[in-house]
Design a protein around this ligand. Structure first.
Ligand code: 2M8
Length: 432
């Protein structure tokens, strides 16, 4: 099974399926062999998009694994631990989160207590669309998943709308997916942990270590010590940000939820109304007219964080984004600040920002997942040539350097882990 491809594309396709099959544990697909031995939230969602193209049943299993780990309040966790692999040494493991002591956490698996960009409903709908003639299995899956996805969205609307204006806030850089994005430097620096109170384990070379990692861990322990309490989050937690990537993905998934509701015979109207509110809030709160792009809003200072990153453009996914705003985003994407000297789209940080670093994880390198989101956003806005740039650039990166975790935006060399699942999966989705 698979699309009609030329010789070169067909070998890429085969290689990508080998990566995904090798990273399948029997329960879920891990982000990469060795480095990340468990199931991760938005990784699995991206993986499901690739699996949908050749193993639709496993694509559904991938999303089902995340939804089975959902907490009673609707939160879908960003890590689902594989009990057989907890000794492989990924830090922080279940011992940091202590989910098994939380009354609202699932009993069957241990999980983290944070979430990640909620692309789940968007992906579930895409799996259904990719299924041959909308197959019965796929409709049954949507019937099973719909209440869980709706509960996930209710959680975001209730517990995470701390600003009270309709957007969901993230309470940790890990929730953004772009862990060490320069956008988090200021809010993270303002969060002052006590001296290190846990035994530091060696963290893999490519991820932020030292003081930033201490702050990441401290933000978790302080949230955990409150019993992961919504009131604590609202009133005391030091890191609380409304992020354009997270909210644009939430918006795209809300539209998808309305369509899923129609497929399963539920009422789509509340989801359509929620999408309208989200669109209004996104534009009202995160659009920066002076800088002509979206920026995160720090709820603890009440100020926009004015560092343009790949996240600034993800609202292109919004089907109701006004044409002038979409055009401004496109102009910035094509300007010297993002296209400039970079040979490959799309650096994760403004090339002219002082924080830009071509080698440093989410502070500059290009990633298949952000490229894919921007590709989907460009298609949504009818920006065919930008979509082609992202499509061709991503294929070129993989041809040149393989299924790496991320890539140097100037010369396309591969960085981080090898055989990365989302790079393989999204390549399959692009080729299909
Ligand atoms: C990275 O995040 C984890 C924490 O969740 C880490 O740094 O250990 C990020 O790239 C994140 O976006 C991704 O989901 C995860 C697994 O690929 O790794």
């Amino acid at each position: 099974m698979g699309p009609r491809l030329n010789g070169d594309e067909s070998s890429l396709w085969q290689a990508a399926t080998r990566v995904l099959d090798a990273n399948w544990t029997g329960i879920a697909t891990t982000p990469s062999p060795g480095l990340y031995p468990h199931q991760w939230g938005w990784d699995s969602v991206f993986v499901s998009l690739g699996l949908a193209r050749y193993r639709p049943e496993r694509a559904r299993q991938e999303i089902a694994g995340l939804l089975r780990a959902q907490w009673a309040d609707g939160m879908v966790p960003h890590i689902v631990f594989n009990a057989g692999l907890v000794r492989q040494g990924y830090f922080p493991g279940p011992e940091l989160w202590l989910s098994s002591r939380q009354p609202g956490a699932p009993r069957s698996v241990e999980t983290s207590a944070l979430t990640q960009p909620p692309l789940h409903a968007f992906a579930a709908l895409r799996l259904h669309a990719a299924a041959s003639s909308g197959g019965a299995c796929s409709r049954d899956f949507l019937r099973w998943a719909y209440p869980k996805l709706a509960a996930q969205h209710e959680y975001l609307a209730d517990v995470r709308d701390v600003g009270g204006e309709g957007l969901a806030s993230i309470c940790h850089p890990w929730e953004s997916g772009m862990d060490n994005s320069p956008a988090w430097d200021r809010p993270l620096a303002a969060a002052q942990p006590p001296p290190t109170s846990y035994a530091r384990l060696p963290v893999p070379r490519s991820i932020p270590a030292g003081v930033d990692h201490d702050r990441y861990v401290w933000l978790v322990t302080t949230f955990r010590d409150s019993g992961y309490d919504a009131g604590y989050l609202r009133d005391e937690h030091p890191f609380l940000v409304e992020d354009p990537l997270f909210n644009a993905v939430y918006l795209a998934s809300t539209h998808a939820l309305a369509e899923i509701a129609e497929v399963v015979g539920a009422d789509p109207v509340p989801h359509r109304e929620a999408a309208e509110r989200l669109h209004d809030a996104l534009v009202r709160r995160l659009w920066d007219d002076e800088q002509r792009c979206f920026h995160p809003l720090d709820l603890r200072t009440g100020k926009l964080i004015r560092v343009a990153t790949a996240a600034s453009f993800v609202p292109l996914l919004d089907p109701y984004l006004s044409a002038p705003m979409a055009r401004r985003l496109a102009d910035l994407m094509l300007s010297a600040r993002f296209a400039g000297a970079a040979g490959y789209p799309m650096p994760t940080c403004d090339l002219q920002a002082s924080a830009f670093d071509r080698a440093a994880y989410w502070r500059g390198p290009t990633w298949a997942c952000t490229n894919w989101l921007l590709w989907a956003g460009a298609l949504q806005q009818g920006f065919g040539s930008i979509a082609d740039l992202l499509y061709d650039g991503t294929l070129r990166l993989v041809r040149q350097s393989g299924f790496r975790e991320f890539f140097d935006p100037f010369d396309g060399s591969g960085r981080g882990s090898h055989d990365y699942s989302w790079t393989a999966a999204l390549l399959l989705d692009l080729l299909a």
